[in-house]
Design a protein around this ligand. Structure first.
Ligand code: PLP
Length: 482
């Protein structure tokens, strides 16, 4: 291991060596280097099919890494400033679930903001842990949930000194960061672990002048979507751990739900991307930020739209802001974010990351080009001219504080009945309702359904938000406690 450095990519190098060996496959996968499925091979390419192989001694095994995967994980840990890192092939969902499963058992409390991704609340159903939600502050103008303020966290700790962990988004989907260093100090002073969802924060580790990373802030575990801003293949992520986390126990926790057939396409993509960012991340993300800043200033010049940035910082619930995010408030041009999102795709062949009630997010990252940014700016300008309205009938709120009546696991597995959406007010929901993206629940299992929530769901549906989570695929009925 000592002779390896960030120029190495041990899994990738092992796969190249393996390809030269021309091993005859009498193992899975059954496509046998693509020969057994030529249409797929023509589509994906022989090079790709040739390395779609299963674990074997020369390539190590993700469930119990002892050679090239272990080396690659150690290099990743070094690159991210972590004590240990695990390669994850089940998306950041599996990383988030694993960190909660590590920290909490049935009945344990976990303090978390309510605007977490569904994977975190799913983990509460899996573990039986009980959420102590910190309702994030809301920016009333933009209608978005912010970070957790330190005083809210202090209060949650005071009222729940027996909580096992605190979870933090770093950053939120919109680019907003809490005071992670201070929250980590507070949590540790009370014997709680700090778990950080950094699905949208990979670049913090490699670029300059970004918000503090979980590992630098002294947090215990972080879930990092390398496949989002880091350039690896979809579904590949890292789980990072600080020095006080028992990595060997964490491996056992991960193996409770992880596949035993990890894809080497995903593993090598993580390995190569880590190498690339470790060697050139600074320059890559400087360019990313330059493009985002340029787009922000041009979009603000169009008028109406508000592409926000560091001016929102308030030293607490917006402790810092990720300037690589191009988040734009659209209501002043009379269009819901989701309408702009749909118009960009349907009229201008531009796919952005998401649109919600009042905002859109265009994801700017390693792969963007200046000319594409120009196209986005001019499409936004035309959308305002062609489709802009007065915003009289627009709903503005994005976050409704939940009333939690039952723990998520208890509600999810309880006896339930299905009722029409319009008749569900006052009942306790047993399933999720969310717009995807961003996948932040409007309702989670165990929460009280209110008239305001029903109005929000109807409005989001009408505006074309992609709704998910319910057993009823059309979101016309909700499952509630019997
Ligand atoms: C904040 C946050 N956490 C976790 C995830 C889950 O990531 P993945 O889609 O890689 O499973 C997402 C996905 O969008 C996310 O936005």
């Amino acid at each position: 291991m000592t002779e390896l450095s960030q120029v190495n990519a041990p899994i990738y190098e092992a796969l190249r060596r393996f390809r030269r060996m021309r091993v005859v496959p009498f193992d899975v996968p059954g496509h046998k280097r693509g020969r057994g499925n030529m249409e797929l091979t023509e589509f994906l390419g022989e090079d790709c099919m040739n390395v779609d192989v299963n674990s074997m001694k020369p390539l190590d095994n993700l469930c119990h890494p002892v050679s090239v995967i272990k080396d690659a994980e150690m290099l990743a840990a070094q690159a991210f400033g972590a004590a240990n890192a695990f390669f994850m092939v089940g998306g950041t969902t599996s990383a988030v679930q694993s960190m909660i499963m590590y920290a909490c058992k049935e009945g344990d409390k976990i303090i978390m903001p309510r605007n977490v991704h569904r994977s975190a609340i799913n983990a509460l159903i899996l573990t039986g842990a009980v959420p102590v939600y910190v309702n994030p502050d809301v920016n009333k103008q933009l209608g978005i949930a912010l970070g957790m303020s330190v005083s809210q966290v202090e209060q949650a700790i005071r009222e729940n000194p027996d909580a096992k962990a605190i979870m933090v988004n770093n950053p939120t989907y919109y680019g907003i960061c809490s005071d992670l260093r201070r929250i980590t100090e507070l949590a540790h002073a009370h014997g709680m672990l700090v778990l950080v969802d950094e699905a949208h924060g990979t670049h913090f580790y490699f670029g300059e002048n970004f918000p503090v990373t979980a590992m630098a802030a002294g947090a215990d575990i972080a879930s990092v979507s390398m496949h989002k801003s880091g350039g690896s293949l979809t579904q590949s992520s890292f789980l990072l751990m600080g020095e006080h986390v028992n990595a060997d126990y964490m491996r056992q926790v991960i193996n409770l739900t992880q596949t035993t057939s990890a894809s080497y396409l995903l593993l090598s993509s993580l390995d190569i991307s880590r190498k690339r960012l470790a060697l050139s991340g600074k320059e890559i993300f400087a360019q990313t930020v330059e493009m985002a800043e340029y787009a922000r200033s041009e979009i603000n010049d169009i008028g109406g739209y508000y592409a926000y940035s560091r001016e929102l910082i308030n030293g607490d619930s917006i402790y810092d802001f990720d300037v690589s995010k191009l988040s734009v408030f659209t209501l002043p041009v009379g269009l819901a974010g989701i309408e702009v999102y749909d118009l960009l795709r349907d009229e201008y062949d531009i796919q952005i990351e998401f649109g919600d009630i009042g905002n859109i997010l265009a994801y700017i990252s390693v792969g963007d080009r200046k000319r594409d940014i120009e196209r986005l700016i001019s499409a936004m300008s035309e959308i305002k001219r062609r489709f802009g309205r007065t915003g009289a009938d627009m709903l503005s709120h994005e976050y409704i504080a939940p009333v939690v009546s039952e723990a998520p696991r208890k509600a999810f597995y309880a006896d339930k009945v299905s009722v029409p959406l319009g008749e569900s007010a006052g009942k306790v929901c047993t399933e999720f309702v969310m717009c995807y993206p961003p996948g932040i629940p409007i309702l989670a299992p165990g929460e009280l359904i209110t008239k305001e929530i029903i109005e929000y769901i109807r409005y989001a549906k009408e505006k074309g938000c992609q709704m998910t989570g319910t057993e009823d695929i059309n979101i016309e009925r909700l499952n509630v406690l019997a």
